[in-house]
Design a protein around this ligand. Structure first.
Ligand code: F6R
Length: 612
């Protein structure tokens, strides 16, 4: 998704803006640009493609300035061209924008009738012209922006500068994330705090509807024209978290970080084999009341929710529904009393999940229905965390690779902790089961470490996928969502078409696809469905399909002709889906590297999907 960086300082901000944009590359983009104010002039440079192209152009021209805005664009309105790249300029105003202005066509017609010339196909350009136009009635850039924002429909974050206001930067947050980085004698803005970590670890998190004026030495935040206070918060993430270290890609680094990330996530909740007394303590009364759970999420986070459904129902007998947020938000679902609505999201900013949450809250309030809301999230300061009654953080550290890995497995660990908690509060979890699961949770990082030892074997298998065009992933029970997740990982980074299926569905359709060109990946933990899964494997082999099996070391499944096997260490059945995520991640990663794709920033995808 698009990214914003801006700054106002005594020093030249060019390098800070470029470094910020580089740090936002992981979010996905197709062009980049910046605008600096220098001697009452706007110096603007834009380039299609990587930030490196922009950096080169900026350095060749020695562009400098003490105040500037910069942007990575992920095309929505209009193709990825230089003219469509941000910043957009109207007169003396330059604007960068994340999000979508839904009524831009109507505004564009109006502005064109007033004589404004449009040089791009973007929705953003209307904002630049509107601010320029509003400045006919006021000398204050802040007031002009305050006049314009009520006219904009949609979701947006903005950074705005003006040549005659060479000491101020105006920023707006309305439905799209934006933070202010607080420096010493300098201040910054960004759509993602990671971009600003080289210059500060102190942030002001704007709320929806906030408009802020930044100078080098001051930050003023306004809501409906009134000054409001927003606290400055210190972040403990370190700059080094956002570097690849010894790894070739962030994705590989993040796959290898999983043992530690899971350890961190469970350590916040467990004391030996018991839950810490203060773990989600403030939620006890709500958890006691709930009769059922509704999970809302997108993509990989949705797959985590699908696994949690098995766990909620089988372990503690709490009914659980899971739905993709983009469907849930528009289908007017019945809001049921005493339901716990759980958003699962790595970023906590995904537009569909956030909208589904807000819609649920609005309708529950309007109809006086008692519900509780909760977020499972990797970003403590995200909108979802702030807007739900309760939250549980996955302590995975920043995830930079677009394909989610450690965020997913820590979501699973967090969901299991939540289920234990609700099971205890509702007295639905036997002591023996608590001990079994907590012991298995503590053991999980070690089993993942042992599974990572199979990296070379998986790399060898991946060579057999490079020339393939299609692939099937099969699993049963909690490994059906892992099959979906494996297929999603493979398609998103290697661009091989892949489908995940519940193995029992094979003969209801997908078996027709199986021939000797079709690799079929099987997830075979040692559970009560193993024999049935073995029958499904026979069905594939009988049709000439080639099997790639991740099988429990005690499953009895062995290598044979057209059946490749990687043995996964024995793992407690409940937690097996966490461990079986790892080989499918590694497989996708190696296939993608062999096919030469951009692993960390696959085409057309964005890390944080903050627009619909
Ligand atoms: C796939 C992937 C996406 C995200 C989805 C939701 O690897 O990462 O499918 O899971 O876009 O994002 P979050 O979890 O941030 O809400």
């Amino acid at each position: 998704m698009c990214g914003i960086v801006g700054g106002v300082a005594e020093r030249c901000v060019t390098e800070i803006l470029i470094e910020g944009l580089k740090r936002l590359e992981y979010r996905g983009y197709d062009s980049a640009g910046l605008a600096l104010l220098n001697k009452e002039q706007i110096l603007r440079e834009r380039r299609v493609g990587k930030v490196a192209n922009l950096a080169e152009a900026v350095s060749e021209q020695h562009l400098t300035g003490n105040i500037g805005i910069a942007h990575t664009r992920w095309a929505t309105h209009g193709k990825p061209t230089e003219n469509n790249a941000h910043p957009h300029v109207s007169g003396n105003v330059a604007v960068v924008h994340n999000g979508i202005i839904e009524n831009y066509q109507e505004l564009k017609d109006e502005l064109q009738a007033l004589g404004y010339i449009f040089t791009s196909q973007t929705d953003t350009e209307v904002v630049a012209h509107l601010v320029n136009d509003a400045l006919k009635q006021t000398d204050s850039l802040l007031e002009a922006v305050q006049k314009v924002t009520p006219r904009l429909k949609g979701a947006y974050a903005l950074g705005i500068i003006h040549t005659e206001h060479a000491d101020e930067l105006i920023t707006v947050r309305e439905g799209s994330p934006l933070v202010i980085g607080v420096g010493i004698g300098e201040n910054f803005i960004s759509s993602d705090q990671l971009a600003l970590l080289p210059v500060t670890n102190r942030f002001v998190y704007l709320e929806e509807g906030d408009i802020a004026r930044l100078t080098r030495t001051s930050i003023e935040v306004f809501v409906n024209g009134e000054r409001v206070d927003r606290p400055v918060k210190e972040l403990d993430a370190t700059v080094s978290n956002a570097s690849k270290g010894e790894y070739k890609h962030f994705m590989l680094k993040e796959i290898y970080e999983q043992p530690e990330a899971i350890q961190q996530t469970i350590s916040q909740a467990l004391n030996g084999n018991n839950l810490r007394e203060d773990f989600l303590q403030h939620a006890n009364a709500d958890f006691n009341k709930i009769q059922q759970v509704q999970i809302i999420a997108c993509g990989t986070s949705y797959h985590a929710g699908m696994i949690a459904k098995y766990w909620f129902e089988q372990l503690i007998g709490v009914p659980c529904q899971v739905e993709i947020a983009s469907e849930f938000r528009y289908r007017t679902p019945v809001i049921v009393e005493n339901t716990l609505y759980i958003c699962i999201s790595q970023s906590g900013e995904t537009a569909d999940t956030l909208a589904a949450l807000r819609e649920t809250q609005k309708r529950a309030k309007a109809n006086n229905i008692n519900i509780s809301t909760m977020t499972i999230c990797n970003v403590a300061t995200s909108s979802m965390v702030r807007e739900t009654d309760h939250h549980l953080l996955t302590l995975a550290g920043p995830e930079i690779g677009v394909a989610s890995t450690k965020a997913f497995t820590t979501q699973l660990a967090a969901l299991m902790l939540l289920i234990i908690k609700i099971g205890q509060v509702k007295q639905r979890l036997a002591a023996a089961q608590l001990t079994e699961i907590t012991e298995a949770l503590w053991h999980c990082p070690k089993v993942i470490l042992d599974t990572l030892q199979h990296n070379t074997a998986i790399l060898r298998l991946s060579a057999l996928f490079v020339e393939k065009n299609h692939c099937l992933f099969l699993g049963r029970g909690t490994h059906f969502p892992i099959a979906l997740e494996g297929a999603l990982k493979l398609k998103e980074i290697s661009y091989i078409h892949a489908e995940g299926y519940a193995a029992g569905e094979l003969k209801h359709g997908p078996l027709a696809l199986v021939d000797n060109e079709m690799p079929v990946v099987i997830l075979a933990p040692n559970d009560e469905m193993l024999d049935k899964l073995k029958s499904n494997m026979e069905e594939v082999q009988a049709r000439g399909g080639e099997l790639f099996v991740f099988a429990d070391e005690n499953s009895g499944i062995q290598e044979k002709d057209r059946q490749h096997v990687v043995h996964i260490p024995a793992v407690n059945e409940w937690l097996a889906p966490i461990v079986y995520s790892v080989p499918v991640q590694l497989l996708s990663y190696h296939v993608a590297v062999l096919r030469g794709t951009d692993v960390d920033q696959p085409r057309n995808l964005a890390k944080s999907v903050t627009v619909e």
